[in-house]
Write a protein that binds this ligand. Sequence first.
Ligand SMILES: Nc1c(NC[C@H](O)[C@H](O)[C@H](O)CO)[nH]c(=O)[nH]c1=O
Ligand SMILES: CC(=O)[C@@H](O)COP(=O)(O)O
Length: 161
Amino acid sequence: MQFEGSLVAPDGSRFAIVASRFNDAIVRRLVDGAQEALVRHGADADLIDTAWAPGAFELPLVANRLAATGRYDAILCLGAVIRGATAHFEYVSGPVASGCARVMMDTGVPVMFGVLTVDTLDQAWERAGTKAGNKGAEAAAGAIEMVHLLRSIDASEGQPS
Ligand SMILES: Nc1c(NC[C@H](O)[C@H](O)[C@H](O)CO)[nH]c(=O)[nH]c1=O
Ligand SMILES: CC(=O)[C@@H](O)COP(=O)(O)O
């Protein structure tokens, strides 16, 4: 058997975008990119919910609560963690990444990590819809692929290999 996900959202698939307000001038571009990419790949805009958290550090908890509702086929966590003058960058970016992965493994709901972890504001702008693409749109494409992939694996249960 070979399993892979297409980039066309299955009918009725529901998505949640969890975004952080810290550096929101950048994060809003990630959210816009994600919403546009989901719809362009066939998702129903009415089936895309968005939640805003204070900062990236809070994203995993919000993602966990949304995943626990059972309403969503995939969740996108979007944010922008930009290095400052202290070690705070490490204490935020590390737990956010591991927290998002933990939610995905604990709940079985795909949680796409669309959080920028960059050293400079320029690097953030480059990844929010300019010369390095849009990490929100990338997260959206990955979410759709994961929904398809997991549904095909689940559908194969009990079938001979
Ligand atoms: N410096 C950044 C933060 N810091 C805030 C934390 O995410 C968190 O909200 C606070 O520590 C309270 O728990 N958040 C970002 O998203 N990006 C940053 O660059
Ligand atoms: C990622 C951060 O928390 C960072 O932006 C905070 O800046 P600083 O390290 O100068 O306090």
